[in-house]
Design a protein around this ligand. Structure first.
Ligand SMILES: [Zn+2]
Length: 255
């Protein structure tokens, strides 16, 4: 139990760095300099209130200098990152898979939240993730090369074909090249079967969300206006840990 708590804390500390990435990457601010500051008044944030999760509640979700609200995204990402690190540890045990797939998840969190905010998936982030995957694979393989390369091609190609289909159906760009590249890079980590099913799951989640959202909101969102990245990320993470259960559930409905 104590090891799970330590892993949760480590995960939430990493989560607080992911928050920095989510905020700074789109604004092209360095990830290390300057140290944390309030987005509204630019006042430096004292180290103690930077403590993951607890810090947010200690300052009651407000900047101490200008009392502007701090986004709930901060504690959310920290808690999410803590929980997923624990799940990853329980799933893989201590080893290279735990290391590389936790890293994969951290990147997916950053990609999802930046996409949610800016509708962009940054090449820089994707290439760094791919480079981390390839260099880990060289020294301590976590997947066979065939599986990884096949996954890369299958993920990228299927998403590219879907984007072509979307172009024909909606008569305009409905899927960005960012989604195509994300699918390819993710495929390298998961292999081809997993990436295809995870992407399918992501699409299902996106469509269900649009339907529910449109039912309850006055302003309708159209299919071509939602960022797909967060759903793909969610599909990939769900399938990484609960793929077998999801497949069994799905087959039990279909068959
Ligand atoms: Zn402030």
């Amino acid at each position: 139990m104590i090891e799970l708590i330590i892993i949760f804390i480590l995960g939430s500390i990493i989560g607080s760095f992911l928050n920095v990435c989510i905020y700074r990457l789109p604004q092209k601010i360095s990830l290390v300099f300057p140290s944390s500051f309030c987005p509204s008044c630019k006042e430096k944030i004292p180290t103690w209130s930077n403590i993951p999760i607890i810090g947010f509640f200690m300052v009651k979700g407000k900047c101490r200098a200008c009392s502007s609200k701090i986004s709930k995204r901060y504690p959310f990402v920290e808690i999410l990152s803590g929980i997923l690190t624990v799940v990853s540890f329980m799933h893989f045990g201590l080893g290279v898979s735990f290391f590389i797939y936790s890293l994969f998840i951290y990147f997916l969190i950053v990609i999802a939240f930046i996409d949610l905010k800016t509708h962009l998936i940054y090449n820089k982030v994707l290439f760094t993730l791919l480079a981390a995957g390839i260099s880990t694979q060289l020294f301590s393989p976590f997947i066979t090369w065939e599986e990884g390369l096949l996954g890369f091609v299958a993920g990228g190609l299927s998403m590219f074909l879907i984007s072509l289909l979307g172009k024909v159906l909606f008569k305009k760009e409905s899927l960005g090249m960012g989604d195509v590249k994300l699918a390819a890079v993710a495929g390298f980590f998961t292999g081809w079967v997993n990436v295809l099913v995870a992407l399918y799951l992501g699409f299902v989640l996106a469509f269900v969300t649009i339907i529910i959202y449109n039912k309850f909101q006055k302003t309708q969102i159209r299919n071509d206006h939602i960022p797909l990245g967060p759903f793909l990320a969610l599909g990939l993470i769900l399938f990484l840990f609960w793929g077998d259960q999801i497949l069994q559930f799905y087959l039990s409905i279909v068959l």
